[in-house]
Structures are given as structure tokens and as C-alpha cells.
Ligand binder design. Sequence first.
Ligand code: UDP
Ligand code: MG
Length: 425
Amino acid sequence: MDQSLVSVILTSYNKPEWVGKAIESVLKQTYPYWELWGMMDDHSSQNVQDIINKYTDDKRIHVVNSLVKDEERPLTTRYATLINQAILLANGAYITYLTDDTMYMPDRLAKMVDFLERQKVHVIYSSQLVRQVDQKKAIFSESILEAKDVLEDAAFIVDHCSVMHTRDVLIAVKEKYGSCWDDDPACWNHGDAAFWKRLNAFAPFYPLLEILDVTYKTPMSFQNLYRNLSSPLIDGSIVSGSSGERFIIDRSRRRLLAPKWFTFYKYNRSDIIQVPDPVLFQYSEAEPIDGELHLPNYRLLFCEENQTLYYLDGGRKRKKLLDSAAFNRYKFSRKEIVTLASQALAPLGNGPDITSFNGAVPGPLPNRRVFFAGFKYWISLNDKICEIEREVLERYHLKKDIIPLSLHAVQGMPKGERVQGVTKQ
Ligand code: UDP
Ligand code: MG
């Protein structure tokens, strides 16, 4: 057997249920000449660090904790930054990649090294088994990303856990581009594709037909989290990152929504949208929601003292809802009404009344309501009406309580930008 050293670069961030399996899959390799340099952890929670630290007795495993601060996370494509750091430390003649939710087949390194040495090529890739799993790790779909062609342009076709390349080609990339992986934050959901373009400037990707790695796409995988998410996030959405804390998006900032206030303001679990941490951390933190001082928008608030029902909208209280047809017209629900003392509502300014309409152009719409007109979906945001993709509506769990509207009415309203998913892979 050949004795070329392979450097495996594993990036890890908050996947306690998977990262151990990824490391074990390296330990089980039939090819012994490897180093895990590095086991790059992106400042995961303590439980993940504890799992990783169990493996440090093995001299081939080198752990690096990035100690990155949350506010620094959106500044670069993190796994590309980590991979670049690992490359500086790696000693292997060959470099190969792994993520914390992927497992190598036991003969992956042996087969890839053998192929590289016999064919004398610089970049190879193998087939990948992709398993979609639910919250409980139950597999609900499976597909194969097949390696069959020699690729002159591998971007968006090959996952980085299926690739091995020579150190020599990396040196050429660094000389030409000044860095190895491009960690510009614009590359967040296609970091490997951006690097493949660089590699392809020097070498095609040669296929190894066999499946040599299995990757698990969890509900928390970036590909799933970025899917059909809009930028910016829809105002008033309740979002949660990997820490599980909930925040409410409030005009380009995020406010912590503690469990107590989540219940008090009658939100449902189905209102929570999982988002990638780099998206969450783009929003600076403002004062947490509380009962009296910092109220969440888009709630129905009832003031007992003056028997008035308000819709809190853009920091303004809007009335004329309770006894009017508008309540039903805009599909508000009585179950959502929260009773508040008048002193909590007193400091808030008044917005325009919410009035009903019958076919004619209505007055200013309540914001964050969803409409259907002219065979398209629309959402009212910032006092404008915006067309919105059906998939985005579903992603935000907003495809319910759809209000029918005439196209004529839409034509008479100020229009905002179309709400669509961020660039898909
Ligand atoms: N990752 C990271 N820092 C972060 C977020 C993610 O290093 O802040 C790493 C993560 O550990 C994984 C890789 O980026 O190795 C890709 O993430 P994920 O597996 O969630 O994405 P997907 O499978 O959807 O491409
Ligand atoms: Mg992954």
C-alpha cells in the first residue's frame, strides 16, 4: 500500500448527534496514513466540544476551536475560513474534506489514494448518498449524487465531502487567487462551488463511480435552512437559530422572545421559523420583548379600560377592528387577542384605522396579512403590497388565512419589492 499522507479537514458546528459519527468514520478507514488536521470546530456549544475532545488521545487527530464570536459569524463563509486555516496546518500530499453530518465509507481513503496515484490526476470525486432526515433522525428520502463524468465545471454538481485533491493543485490556486477557498460571505450557500471554479482553472474533476460517503441533511442543514428564505426576513417573524432561543424580527433588528412572552402573546410553535445562524446574526439585538415596554408588532391587543381592540403595526396602534367587518375581512382570529392594561398601550402612537372594503380600493392595509389576487400571492409589508412566492409563504408558515382581493384593488396600491427566496444552489 502507498504511504502518501492524507489530510482530512472536518468542519464542525453544533451537530452533537452527528459529529462523533463523522469522526468515527475517519477512525474506521482501512487506509492508515491520514491525519485529521484539522478537526475544525467553529466554537460549538459545550456538549459538542465534549464529544470532540474524547478523540484527542489519538495522535492523528488535531482539534482547533475557532472561538469565533457570534457577531463575527456573518462576516465570512465560516467553513471556508476554517478550511483555509486547516490547509495552513495540514501536512498531507492529498487534501480531503468532511462535514460534521457526513460519514465516509471505510475504504474511501484507500480507493481515492489508489485512483489518484494510478491515474496521476489532481482532483477526483466519488458518488454520494444523500439522506434527508427529520428531527428524530428518521430517513424520509434518499438520493444519489452520481459521479460519472469528467467535469470541467464542477460548481453546483459536487459536494465537498466527495472530493480529494493534491496539495500541488492547491498551491497553484493560492498563487493565482491569493487564497485557497473564497470565504466571502456571499458564498455561504455555495462555498464549495466557488472553490471548484478555482480548482477547475487548473484541473478537471475525475469520477470514481462508487458511493464513498453518506451525507445527512437534517432540518438544521444549511441547504434546508436557506431554502425559500427571503432576504430581508419578513418583519414580525419569530426566528430561531441553532441555540434554540427565539427572536422576533422587528424592523431590521431582533428582539429576544422569552418563553413567558411567547405564551403571553399567544404565539404557536408553528410560528417559529428555523434560520441559519449567519442570517440571524445579521440582525443586531434590540431590547427583549416584554409585557409592557417592548411589545411585539402584528398582535391583536385589547384594552379593557376603553374596550378597544388594536392591531399593533409598525409600532403604531390601529383601531376600528372589533365591531367592524374588517375583523373578518382581514381574517383576524379571536383566539389571538391579548388583553393589556392601558398604560402599556398609552405610549404608542396611533396609526390609521383599519377599515373594511367591498371590492373598491381599501384604506391602508394592515401589515403582515396575506392576499390572493390575479392568481398570485401578496403580502402587506411596510404599508405596501408585495408579490410573494408561494414557496416563501410556505417556508414562513404564512400560507393560511389568505384574503381574497381583486386585481383592481392591488393595482391601486403602492407596491413593494417582490418577496422571493435567496439564491438557490
Ligand atoms: N459550519 C461552520 N460554522 C457555522 C456554520 C456551519 O463551520 O457557523 C460548517 C458545518 O459544521 C458544516 C458546514 O459548515 O461542516 C456546512 O454546514 P451544513 O452541514 O449545515 O450545511 P449543508 O449540509 O446544508 O450544506
Ligand atoms: Mg451538511
